[in-house]
Design a protein around this ligand. Structure first.
Ligand code: HEC
Length: 482
Protein backbone atom coordinates (compact mmCIF):
# COMPACT_ATOMS: atom_id res chain seq x y z
CA UNK A 1 0.00 0.00 0.00
CA UNK A 2 2.66 2.59 0.95
CA UNK A 3 4.37 1.86 -2.35
CA UNK A 4 1.18 2.57 -4.16
CA UNK A 5 0.87 6.12 -2.87
CA UNK A 6 3.78 7.65 -4.83
CA UNK A 7 2.52 5.84 -7.87
CA UNK A 8 -0.95 7.31 -7.37
CA UNK A 9 0.54 10.72 -6.84
CA UNK A 10 2.54 10.35 -10.01
CA UNK A 11 -0.52 9.25 -11.96
CA UNK A 12 -2.49 12.14 -10.53
CA UNK A 13 0.09 14.73 -11.49
CA UNK A 14 0.36 13.22 -14.95
CA UNK A 15 -3.38 13.46 -15.28
CA UNK A 16 -3.36 17.10 -14.22
CA UNK A 17 -0.64 17.83 -16.73
CA UNK A 18 -2.58 16.10 -19.47
CA UNK A 19 -5.63 18.14 -18.55
CA UNK A 20 -3.69 21.39 -18.56
CA UNK A 21 -2.09 20.55 -21.88
CA UNK A 22 -5.33 19.65 -23.53
CA UNK A 23 -6.97 23.04 -23.00
CA UNK A 24 -6.64 24.78 -26.36
CA UNK A 25 -8.35 27.71 -27.99
CA UNK A 26 -10.00 25.84 -30.83
CA UNK A 27 -11.18 22.80 -28.88
CA UNK A 28 -12.15 24.27 -25.51
CA UNK A 29 -12.26 28.06 -25.50
CA UNK A 30 -13.88 28.83 -28.85
CA UNK A 31 -17.10 26.90 -28.05
CA UNK A 32 -17.54 28.95 -24.86
CA UNK A 33 -16.72 32.30 -26.45
CA UNK A 34 -18.83 31.68 -29.56
CA UNK A 35 -21.86 30.66 -27.60
CA UNK A 36 -21.73 33.14 -24.74
CA UNK A 37 -19.85 36.19 -25.99
CA UNK A 38 -19.65 36.57 -29.77
CA UNK A 39 -23.35 37.47 -30.08
CA UNK A 40 -22.38 40.91 -28.74
CA UNK A 41 -18.63 40.76 -29.36
CA UNK A 42 -18.61 40.92 -33.17
CA UNK A 43 -18.46 43.76 -35.68
CA UNK A 44 -21.60 45.91 -35.72
CA UNK A 45 -22.71 44.83 -32.24
CA UNK A 46 -22.65 46.69 -28.96
CA UNK A 47 -19.51 45.26 -27.33
CA UNK A 48 -16.36 47.32 -27.88
CA UNK A 49 -14.09 44.53 -29.16
CA UNK A 50 -14.80 41.53 -31.41
CA UNK A 51 -14.16 37.95 -30.24
CA UNK A 52 -14.44 36.03 -33.49
CA UNK A 53 -10.97 34.54 -33.97
CA UNK A 54 -8.04 33.10 -32.06
CA UNK A 55 -5.95 36.27 -32.29
CA UNK A 56 -8.80 38.53 -31.14
CA UNK A 57 -9.57 36.35 -28.13
CA UNK A 58 -5.92 35.68 -27.32
CA UNK A 59 -5.21 39.41 -27.10
CA UNK A 60 -7.80 39.74 -24.29
CA UNK A 61 -7.21 36.32 -22.67
CA UNK A 62 -6.29 37.51 -19.15
CA UNK A 63 -9.03 40.15 -19.17
CA UNK A 64 -11.56 37.55 -20.33
CA UNK A 65 -10.59 35.15 -17.55
CA UNK A 66 -10.93 38.03 -15.07
CA UNK A 67 -14.29 39.49 -16.17
CA UNK A 68 -15.82 36.02 -16.38
CA UNK A 69 -14.47 34.99 -12.97
CA UNK A 70 -16.16 37.96 -11.28
CA UNK A 71 -19.41 37.48 -13.23
CA UNK A 72 -19.16 40.86 -15.02
CA UNK A 73 -19.36 39.12 -18.40
CA UNK A 74 -21.49 37.78 -19.92
CA UNK A 75 -23.92 40.43 -18.61
CA UNK A 76 -26.72 38.57 -16.82
CA UNK A 77 -27.93 40.28 -13.70
CA UNK A 78 -30.46 37.76 -12.27
CA UNK A 79 -29.05 35.11 -9.91
CA UNK A 80 -29.32 31.90 -11.98
CA UNK A 81 -29.39 29.80 -8.80
CA UNK A 82 -32.57 31.60 -7.68
CA UNK A 83 -34.57 31.38 -10.90
CA UNK A 84 -33.87 30.54 -14.55
CA UNK A 85 -35.22 32.75 -17.31
CA UNK A 86 -35.48 32.47 -21.08
CA UNK A 87 -32.22 33.45 -22.75
CA UNK A 88 -30.16 32.96 -19.59
CA UNK A 89 -26.50 33.59 -20.35
CA UNK A 90 -24.21 32.47 -17.55
CA UNK A 91 -21.03 30.43 -17.47
CA UNK A 92 -20.76 27.27 -15.40
CA UNK A 93 -17.87 27.03 -12.90
CA UNK A 94 -16.28 24.49 -15.29
CA UNK A 95 -16.43 26.92 -18.21
CA UNK A 96 -14.85 29.69 -16.11
CA UNK A 97 -12.16 27.23 -15.01
CA UNK A 98 -11.49 26.27 -18.64
CA UNK A 99 -10.92 29.93 -19.58
CA UNK A 100 -8.56 30.36 -16.63
CA UNK A 101 -6.73 27.09 -17.37
CA UNK A 102 -6.22 28.21 -20.96
CA UNK A 103 -4.68 31.50 -19.82
CA UNK A 104 -2.52 29.68 -17.25
CA UNK A 105 -1.31 27.32 -19.96
CA UNK A 106 -0.12 30.27 -22.06
CA UNK A 107 -3.21 30.55 -24.30
CA UNK A 108 -2.30 27.69 -26.71
CA UNK A 109 -4.04 27.80 -30.08
CA UNK A 110 -4.44 24.07 -30.70
CA UNK A 111 -5.69 22.56 -33.92
CA UNK A 112 -7.99 24.77 -36.03
CA UNK A 113 -9.77 21.57 -37.09
CA UNK A 114 -11.21 21.38 -33.55
CA UNK A 115 -12.92 24.76 -33.91
CA UNK A 116 -16.70 24.33 -34.08
CA UNK A 117 -16.96 27.43 -36.29
CA UNK A 118 -18.91 30.59 -35.59
CA UNK A 119 -22.61 30.07 -34.93
CA UNK A 120 -25.02 31.35 -37.52
CA UNK A 121 -26.03 34.81 -36.25
CA UNK A 122 -29.22 35.50 -38.17
CA UNK A 123 -29.84 38.93 -39.62
CA UNK A 124 -33.30 40.33 -39.26
CA UNK A 125 -36.22 38.85 -37.39
CA UNK A 126 -35.80 35.74 -35.27
CA UNK A 127 -39.55 35.21 -35.17
CA UNK A 128 -40.34 35.05 -38.90
CA UNK A 129 -42.02 37.56 -41.19
CA UNK A 130 -43.63 40.35 -39.17
CA UNK A 131 -47.21 41.47 -39.89
CA UNK A 132 -46.19 45.11 -39.56
CA UNK A 133 -43.01 47.06 -38.95
CA UNK A 134 -43.04 50.26 -36.90
CA UNK A 135 -39.95 52.39 -37.26
CA UNK A 136 -38.51 55.47 -35.66
CA UNK A 137 -40.03 58.33 -37.69
CA UNK A 138 -36.57 59.52 -38.74
CA UNK A 139 -32.96 58.52 -38.08
CA UNK A 140 -31.39 59.76 -34.86
CA UNK A 141 -27.74 60.72 -34.58
CA UNK A 142 -25.99 60.00 -31.30
CA UNK A 143 -23.03 62.38 -30.98
CA UNK A 144 -19.52 60.99 -30.59
CA UNK A 145 -18.98 62.64 -27.20
CA UNK A 146 -18.57 59.46 -25.10
CA UNK A 147 -21.81 60.01 -23.17
CA UNK A 148 -24.93 57.90 -22.69
CA UNK A 149 -28.16 59.11 -24.27
CA UNK A 150 -31.72 58.08 -23.37
CA UNK A 151 -34.12 59.12 -26.11
CA UNK A 152 -37.83 58.31 -26.48
CA UNK A 153 -39.29 57.83 -29.95
CA UNK A 154 -43.03 57.93 -30.64
CA UNK A 155 -44.27 55.48 -33.27
CA UNK A 156 -47.96 55.71 -34.17
CA UNK A 157 -49.24 52.12 -34.27
CA UNK A 158 -51.06 52.97 -37.49
CA UNK A 159 -53.80 50.38 -37.03
CA UNK A 160 -57.30 51.77 -37.54
CA UNK A 161 -58.74 49.19 -35.17
CA UNK A 162 -57.71 47.37 -32.03
CA UNK A 163 -55.33 44.55 -32.95
CA UNK A 164 -54.25 41.48 -31.00
CA UNK A 165 -50.52 40.99 -30.90
CA UNK A 166 -48.53 37.96 -29.89
CA UNK A 167 -45.03 39.46 -30.07
CA UNK A 168 -43.07 42.67 -30.45
CA UNK A 169 -39.46 42.40 -31.53
CA UNK A 170 -36.95 45.24 -31.48
CA UNK A 171 -34.50 45.27 -34.39
CA UNK A 172 -31.77 47.80 -33.66
CA UNK A 173 -30.65 49.82 -36.65
CA UNK A 174 -27.12 50.45 -35.41
CA UNK A 175 -25.78 47.76 -33.08
CA UNK A 176 -22.67 49.83 -32.36
CA UNK A 177 -24.64 52.19 -30.13
CA UNK A 178 -28.01 50.54 -29.41
CA UNK A 179 -27.45 49.38 -25.82
CA UNK A 180 -31.01 48.63 -24.83
CA UNK A 181 -34.61 49.61 -25.49
CA UNK A 182 -37.76 49.81 -23.39
CA UNK A 183 -41.17 49.69 -25.06
CA UNK A 184 -44.29 51.40 -23.77
CA UNK A 185 -47.80 52.21 -24.90
CA UNK A 186 -49.50 55.61 -24.91
CA UNK A 187 -53.17 56.11 -25.62
CA UNK A 188 -53.22 59.69 -24.30
CA UNK A 189 -51.11 61.48 -26.91
CA UNK A 190 -48.86 62.86 -24.16
CA UNK A 191 -45.67 61.41 -25.60
CA UNK A 192 -46.43 62.90 -29.01
CA UNK A 193 -46.77 66.32 -27.32
CA UNK A 194 -43.46 65.87 -25.49
CA UNK A 195 -41.86 64.91 -28.80
CA UNK A 196 -43.31 67.96 -30.58
CA UNK A 197 -42.04 70.25 -27.81
CA UNK A 198 -38.43 69.19 -28.32
CA UNK A 199 -36.44 69.82 -31.51
CA UNK A 200 -35.07 66.85 -33.45
CA UNK A 201 -36.24 63.25 -33.48
CA UNK A 202 -37.83 62.02 -30.24
CA UNK A 203 -37.35 63.52 -26.81
CA UNK A 204 -34.88 62.95 -24.02
CA UNK A 205 -35.98 60.99 -20.95
CA UNK A 206 -33.77 59.05 -18.59
CA UNK A 207 -35.90 56.83 -16.39
CA UNK A 208 -38.97 55.93 -18.42
CA UNK A 209 -41.09 57.82 -20.91
CA UNK A 210 -41.13 61.11 -19.03
CA UNK A 211 -44.74 60.87 -17.78
CA UNK A 212 -46.68 58.19 -15.98
CA UNK A 213 -50.35 58.76 -16.93
CA UNK A 214 -51.55 55.92 -19.10
CA UNK A 215 -48.22 54.80 -20.45
CA UNK A 216 -47.24 51.30 -19.49
CA UNK A 217 -44.10 49.32 -19.97
CA UNK A 218 -44.65 46.89 -22.77
CA UNK A 219 -41.36 45.08 -22.96
CA UNK A 220 -37.65 45.59 -23.18
CA UNK A 221 -34.79 44.55 -25.38
CA UNK A 222 -31.08 44.09 -24.72
CA UNK A 223 -28.56 42.74 -27.25
CA UNK A 224 -28.80 38.99 -27.50
CA UNK A 225 -32.20 38.78 -25.82
CA UNK A 226 -35.04 36.81 -27.33
CA UNK A 227 -38.41 38.51 -27.68
CA UNK A 228 -41.34 36.90 -25.90
CA UNK A 229 -43.79 35.29 -28.25
CA UNK A 230 -46.94 34.64 -26.25
CA UNK A 231 -48.40 31.11 -26.39
CA UNK A 232 -51.56 30.69 -28.54
CA UNK A 233 -54.61 32.34 -26.97
CA UNK A 234 -52.49 34.74 -24.94
CA UNK A 235 -51.77 38.21 -26.26
CA UNK A 236 -52.04 41.88 -25.93
CA UNK A 237 -54.28 44.46 -27.54
CA UNK A 238 -52.75 47.40 -29.32
CA UNK A 239 -55.62 49.92 -29.19
CA UNK A 240 -56.59 51.77 -32.35
CA UNK A 241 -54.81 55.08 -32.63
CA UNK A 242 -52.32 54.31 -29.85
CA UNK A 243 -48.66 55.19 -29.94
CA UNK A 244 -45.92 52.69 -29.31
CA UNK A 245 -43.11 54.32 -27.33
CA UNK A 246 -39.52 53.23 -27.50
CA UNK A 247 -36.89 54.52 -25.15
CA UNK A 248 -33.51 53.86 -26.71
CA UNK A 249 -30.39 53.83 -24.56
CA UNK A 250 -27.43 54.75 -26.74
CA UNK A 251 -24.06 53.82 -25.27
CA UNK A 252 -21.00 56.09 -25.28
CA UNK A 253 -19.19 56.37 -28.62
CA UNK A 254 -16.11 58.26 -29.80
CA UNK A 255 -17.65 58.94 -33.25
CA UNK A 256 -21.17 60.08 -34.20
CA UNK A 257 -23.43 57.11 -34.97
CA UNK A 258 -26.82 57.22 -36.68
CA UNK A 259 -29.59 54.81 -35.78
CA UNK A 260 -33.00 53.91 -37.11
CA UNK A 261 -34.44 51.11 -35.00
CA UNK A 262 -37.55 49.18 -35.98
CA UNK A 263 -40.12 47.21 -34.05
CA UNK A 264 -41.54 44.11 -35.71
CA UNK A 265 -45.18 43.54 -34.85
CA UNK A 266 -46.61 40.01 -34.93
CA UNK A 267 -50.37 39.69 -34.80
CA UNK A 268 -52.04 36.83 -33.01
CA UNK A 269 -53.24 34.09 -35.41
CA UNK A 270 -55.99 33.02 -33.05
CA UNK A 271 -58.34 35.21 -30.99
CA UNK A 272 -56.94 36.27 -27.63
CA UNK A 273 -58.65 34.39 -24.82
CA UNK A 274 -56.39 35.78 -22.14
CA UNK A 275 -55.18 39.36 -22.35
CA UNK A 276 -51.78 40.03 -20.80
CA UNK A 277 -52.12 42.30 -17.77
CA UNK A 278 -49.21 44.24 -16.29
CA UNK A 279 -49.43 44.24 -12.50
CA UNK A 280 -47.33 47.00 -10.98
CA UNK A 281 -45.86 47.15 -7.52
CA UNK A 282 -44.89 50.74 -6.86
CA UNK A 283 -43.97 53.16 -4.10
CA UNK A 284 -47.56 53.14 -2.75
CA UNK A 285 -47.02 49.48 -1.75
CA UNK A 286 -43.98 50.21 0.39
CA UNK A 287 -43.61 49.88 4.13
CA UNK A 288 -42.05 53.35 4.47
CA UNK A 289 -41.98 56.70 2.66
CA UNK A 290 -39.66 56.51 -0.34
CA UNK A 291 -36.90 58.81 0.87
CA UNK A 292 -33.20 57.99 0.56
CA UNK A 293 -31.02 59.92 3.02
CA UNK A 294 -27.49 60.78 1.84
CA UNK A 295 -24.67 58.56 3.05
CA UNK A 296 -27.04 55.69 3.89
CA UNK A 297 -27.98 52.30 2.53
CA UNK A 298 -31.79 52.07 2.62
CA UNK A 299 -33.93 48.99 2.29
CA UNK A 300 -37.57 48.99 1.14
CA UNK A 301 -40.11 46.19 1.20
CA UNK A 302 -43.27 46.34 -0.90
CA UNK A 303 -46.19 43.90 -0.70
CA UNK A 304 -49.08 43.28 -3.07
CA UNK A 305 -51.91 40.81 -2.43
CA UNK A 306 -52.69 38.26 -5.15
CA UNK A 307 -56.48 38.28 -5.51
CA UNK A 308 -56.90 35.49 -8.10
CA UNK A 309 -54.89 32.53 -9.39
CA UNK A 310 -52.49 34.00 -11.94
CA UNK A 311 -49.76 32.77 -14.30
CA UNK A 312 -46.71 35.00 -14.54
CA UNK A 313 -45.07 35.53 -17.94
CA UNK A 314 -42.27 37.97 -17.19
CA UNK A 315 -40.90 40.21 -14.48
CA UNK A 316 -39.04 43.51 -14.57
CA UNK A 317 -37.79 45.22 -11.45
CA UNK A 318 -37.02 48.85 -12.20
CA UNK A 319 -34.98 51.48 -10.39
CA UNK A 320 -32.26 53.96 -11.33
CA UNK A 321 -28.57 54.32 -10.43
CA UNK A 322 -28.63 54.30 -6.60
CA UNK A 323 -30.56 51.02 -6.49
CA UNK A 324 -28.19 48.15 -5.73
CA UNK A 325 -30.17 44.91 -5.37
CA UNK A 326 -33.60 43.30 -5.81
CA UNK A 327 -35.41 40.29 -4.43
CA UNK A 328 -38.95 39.42 -5.52
CA UNK A 329 -40.93 36.41 -4.31
CA UNK A 330 -44.43 35.32 -3.32
CA UNK A 331 -45.50 33.76 -0.03
CA UNK A 332 -48.51 31.64 0.93
CA UNK A 333 -50.95 32.94 3.58
CA UNK A 334 -49.46 30.58 6.19
CA UNK A 335 -45.91 31.54 5.12
CA UNK A 336 -45.08 27.86 4.60
CA UNK A 337 -44.52 28.24 0.86
CA UNK A 338 -42.27 30.73 -0.94
CA UNK A 339 -42.18 31.05 -4.72
CA UNK A 340 -38.84 32.59 -5.77
CA UNK A 341 -39.38 35.06 -8.64
CA UNK A 342 -36.17 37.02 -9.20
CA UNK A 343 -33.00 37.93 -7.36
CA UNK A 344 -30.69 40.60 -8.73
CA UNK A 345 -27.78 40.76 -6.28
CA UNK A 346 -25.97 43.58 -8.12
CA UNK A 347 -28.47 45.79 -9.94
CA UNK A 348 -27.08 47.27 -13.15
CA UNK A 349 -29.23 50.02 -14.66
CA UNK A 350 -27.72 49.44 -18.08
CA UNK A 351 -28.69 45.78 -18.26
CA UNK A 352 -32.25 46.04 -16.98
CA UNK A 353 -34.80 43.98 -18.84
CA UNK A 354 -38.05 42.10 -18.81
CA UNK A 355 -37.07 38.62 -17.71
CA UNK A 356 -39.31 35.92 -19.14
CA UNK A 357 -40.02 32.85 -17.00
CA UNK A 358 -39.10 29.56 -18.70
CA UNK A 359 -42.72 28.42 -18.20
CA UNK A 360 -45.94 30.15 -17.19
CA UNK A 361 -45.47 30.40 -13.42
CA UNK A 362 -48.50 30.03 -11.20
CA UNK A 363 -49.04 32.21 -8.14
CA UNK A 364 -52.21 31.15 -6.30
CA UNK A 365 -54.92 33.43 -4.96
CA UNK A 366 -54.30 34.51 -1.38
CA UNK A 367 -50.52 34.65 -1.82
CA UNK A 368 -48.63 37.90 -1.25
CA UNK A 369 -46.05 39.30 -3.66
CA UNK A 370 -42.98 40.77 -2.00
CA UNK A 371 -40.51 43.16 -3.61
CA UNK A 372 -37.40 44.10 -1.68
CA UNK A 373 -34.95 46.67 -2.98
CA UNK A 374 -31.75 48.09 -1.54
CA UNK A 375 -30.46 51.57 -2.39
CA UNK A 376 -26.86 52.50 -1.76
CA UNK A 377 -26.89 56.28 -1.44
CA UNK A 378 -23.33 56.45 -0.16
CA UNK A 379 -20.23 57.86 -1.81
CA UNK A 380 -18.88 54.33 -2.22
CA UNK A 381 -21.57 53.47 -4.79
CA UNK A 382 -19.64 54.14 -8.03
CA UNK A 383 -22.92 54.78 -9.91
CA UNK A 384 -24.21 57.37 -7.42
CA UNK A 385 -25.16 60.32 -9.67
CA UNK A 386 -24.68 62.81 -6.81
CA UNK A 387 -21.24 63.75 -5.56
CA UNK A 388 -21.46 64.23 -2.62
CA UNK A 389 -24.63 62.10 -2.02
CA UNK A 390 -27.90 64.07 -1.68
CA UNK A 391 -31.41 63.51 -0.32
CA UNK A 392 -33.14 61.52 -3.05
CA UNK A 393 -36.85 60.81 -3.62
CA UNK A 394 -39.09 59.36 -6.29
CA UNK A 395 -38.80 60.88 -9.76
CA UNK A 396 -37.99 60.45 -13.44
CA UNK A 397 -34.58 62.18 -13.51
CA UNK A 398 -31.11 60.67 -13.50
CA UNK A 399 -30.63 61.90 -9.94
CA UNK A 400 -34.02 60.64 -8.71
CA UNK A 401 -34.88 57.09 -7.80
CA UNK A 402 -37.72 54.68 -8.50
CA UNK A 403 -39.23 51.52 -7.07
CA UNK A 404 -41.28 49.40 -9.47
CA UNK A 405 -41.82 45.73 -10.16
CA UNK A 406 -43.66 45.09 -13.44
CA UNK A 407 -45.25 41.67 -13.71
CA UNK A 408 -46.84 40.53 -16.97
CA UNK A 409 -49.47 37.91 -16.20
CA UNK A 410 -52.69 36.22 -17.28
CA UNK A 411 -55.46 34.55 -15.27
CA UNK A 412 -54.35 31.00 -14.43
CA UNK A 413 -55.59 28.00 -16.43
CA UNK A 414 -55.12 24.31 -15.67
CA UNK A 415 -51.85 23.05 -17.19
CA UNK A 416 -50.16 26.47 -17.52
CA UNK A 417 -47.15 25.14 -15.62
CA UNK A 418 -46.27 23.02 -18.68
CA UNK A 419 -46.41 25.90 -21.15
CA UNK A 420 -42.85 26.84 -22.09
CA UNK A 421 -42.21 30.49 -22.96
CA UNK A 422 -38.93 29.95 -24.80
CA UNK A 423 -36.10 27.49 -25.27
CA UNK A 424 -35.38 26.07 -21.85
CA UNK A 425 -31.91 26.56 -20.40
CA UNK A 426 -31.40 24.16 -17.52
CA UNK A 427 -28.14 25.65 -16.28
CA UNK A 428 -26.86 22.07 -16.28
CA UNK A 429 -25.63 21.13 -19.74
CA UNK A 430 -26.43 17.48 -20.35
CA UNK A 431 -29.55 17.46 -18.20
CA UNK A 432 -31.75 17.64 -21.26
CA UNK A 433 -34.82 16.14 -19.65
CA UNK A 434 -34.56 18.65 -16.80
CA UNK A 435 -34.92 15.99 -14.11
CA UNK A 436 -31.77 17.04 -12.27
CA UNK A 437 -29.69 13.99 -13.18
CA UNK A 438 -27.71 13.16 -16.31
CA UNK A 439 -28.94 9.73 -17.28
CA UNK A 440 -30.20 7.42 -20.00
CA UNK A 441 -33.18 9.62 -20.85
CA UNK A 442 -30.80 12.46 -21.66
CA UNK A 443 -28.70 10.26 -23.95
CA UNK A 444 -31.82 9.14 -25.79
CA UNK A 445 -33.06 12.71 -26.20
CA UNK A 446 -29.66 13.77 -27.47
CA UNK A 447 -29.48 10.95 -30.00
CA UNK A 448 -32.96 11.84 -31.24
CA UNK A 449 -31.64 15.29 -32.17
CA UNK A 450 -28.28 14.09 -33.47
CA UNK A 451 -27.14 15.95 -36.58
CA UNK A 452 -29.19 19.07 -35.84
CA UNK A 453 -27.26 22.12 -37.03
CA UNK A 454 -29.26 25.16 -35.95
CA UNK A 455 -31.36 26.30 -33.00
CA UNK A 456 -30.92 22.89 -31.42
CA UNK A 457 -32.72 22.47 -28.12
CA UNK A 458 -30.48 19.83 -26.62
CA UNK A 459 -27.05 21.25 -27.46
CA UNK A 460 -24.75 20.11 -24.63
CA UNK A 461 -21.36 21.61 -25.46
CA UNK A 462 -22.86 24.92 -26.51
CA UNK A 463 -21.43 25.05 -30.04
CA UNK A 464 -24.88 25.31 -31.64
CA UNK A 465 -24.88 21.89 -33.33
CA UNK A 466 -25.50 18.35 -32.09
CA UNK A 467 -22.42 16.29 -32.88
CA UNK A 468 -20.20 13.58 -31.46
CA UNK A 469 -18.69 16.14 -29.13
CA UNK A 470 -22.09 16.57 -27.44
CA UNK A 471 -22.37 12.83 -26.92
CA UNK A 472 -18.88 12.70 -25.45
CA UNK A 473 -19.56 15.68 -23.17
CA UNK A 474 -22.75 14.09 -21.98
CA UNK A 475 -21.13 10.72 -21.38
CA UNK A 476 -18.35 12.48 -19.51
CA UNK A 477 -20.96 13.84 -17.08
CA UNK A 478 -23.05 10.65 -17.04
CA UNK A 479 -24.52 9.97 -13.61
CA UNK A 480 -23.90 13.52 -12.34
CA UNK A 481 -26.72 15.24 -10.56
CA UNK A 482 -27.25 18.97 -10.78
C1 HEC B 1 -25.21 41.13 -24.14
C2 HEC B 1 -24.01 41.54 -24.80
C3 HEC B 1 -22.69 41.01 -24.31
C4 HEC B 1 -22.34 39.69 -24.11
C5 HEC B 1 -23.18 38.45 -24.32
C6 HEC B 1 -20.97 39.71 -23.66
N1 HEC B 1 -20.50 40.99 -23.61
FE1 HEC B 1 -18.65 41.58 -23.03
N2 HEC B 1 -19.19 43.52 -23.25
C7 HEC B 1 -20.41 43.97 -23.68
C8 HEC B 1 -20.44 45.43 -23.64
C9 HEC B 1 -21.60 46.32 -24.05
C10 HEC B 1 -19.20 45.84 -23.14
C11 HEC B 1 -18.73 47.27 -22.86
C12 HEC B 1 -18.77 47.55 -21.37
C13 HEC B 1 -20.18 47.57 -20.82
O1 HEC B 1 -21.06 48.23 -21.40
O2 HEC B 1 -20.42 46.90 -19.81
C14 HEC B 1 -18.44 44.61 -22.90
C15 HEC B 1 -17.15 44.60 -22.41
C16 HEC B 1 -16.37 43.46 -22.26
C17 HEC B 1 -14.99 43.45 -21.85
C18 HEC B 1 -14.19 44.69 -21.51
C19 HEC B 1 -14.53 45.06 -20.09
C20 HEC B 1 -14.16 46.47 -19.77
O3 HEC B 1 -14.36 46.83 -18.60
O4 HEC B 1 -13.73 47.21 -20.65
C21 HEC B 1 -14.57 42.15 -21.84
C22 HEC B 1 -13.17 41.64 -21.51
C23 HEC B 1 -15.70 41.35 -22.21
N3 HEC B 1 -16.77 42.16 -22.46
C24 HEC B 1 -15.69 39.97 -22.27
C25 HEC B 1 -16.82 39.20 -22.53
C26 HEC B 1 -16.82 37.76 -22.50
C27 HEC B 1 -15.61 36.90 -22.22
C28 HEC B 1 -18.10 37.38 -22.77
C29 HEC B 1 -18.64 35.96 -22.81
C30 HEC B 1 -18.28 35.07 -21.75
C31 HEC B 1 -18.89 38.57 -23.00
N4 HEC B 1 -18.07 39.66 -22.84
C32 HEC B 1 -20.25 38.57 -23.33
C33 HEC B 1 -21.47 43.20 -24.11
C34 HEC B 1 -21.52 41.81 -24.00
Amino acid sequence: MPRLLPLLALLFSLRLEVCAQTVTYHADVAPIIHNHCTGCHRPGEIAPMPFTSFSEVQAYGEFIAYVTSIGYMPPWSPDADYRHFVGENVLTPEQKATLQAWVDAGKPEGDPADNPGLPDFPDGSLLGAPDAVLAMPEPYTHEGDMTDQYQVFVMPSGFGEDVAIRALEVEPGNGNVAHHAILGLDVSGTAAQLDAAEPGPGYESFGGFGFDAESSFFGAWVPGALSVSYPPGIGRTLPAGSDLLMQMHYGPTPVAETDLTEVNVFLSDVPIEREVITAIMGPQHLDAPFILPPGQVSHFHGTLPVTADVSLISIAPHCHLIGSSWLVYATSPDNQDTIPLISIPAWDFNWQGFFTFTHLTKVPEGYTLHGEATYDNTASNPFNPNDPPQWVTFGEGTEDEMFFVFLDLVPYQEGDENTALGPVATGCPGDISGDGIIGVSDVLMLLADFGCLQNCDVDVDGDGAITVSDVLTLLGNFGDSC
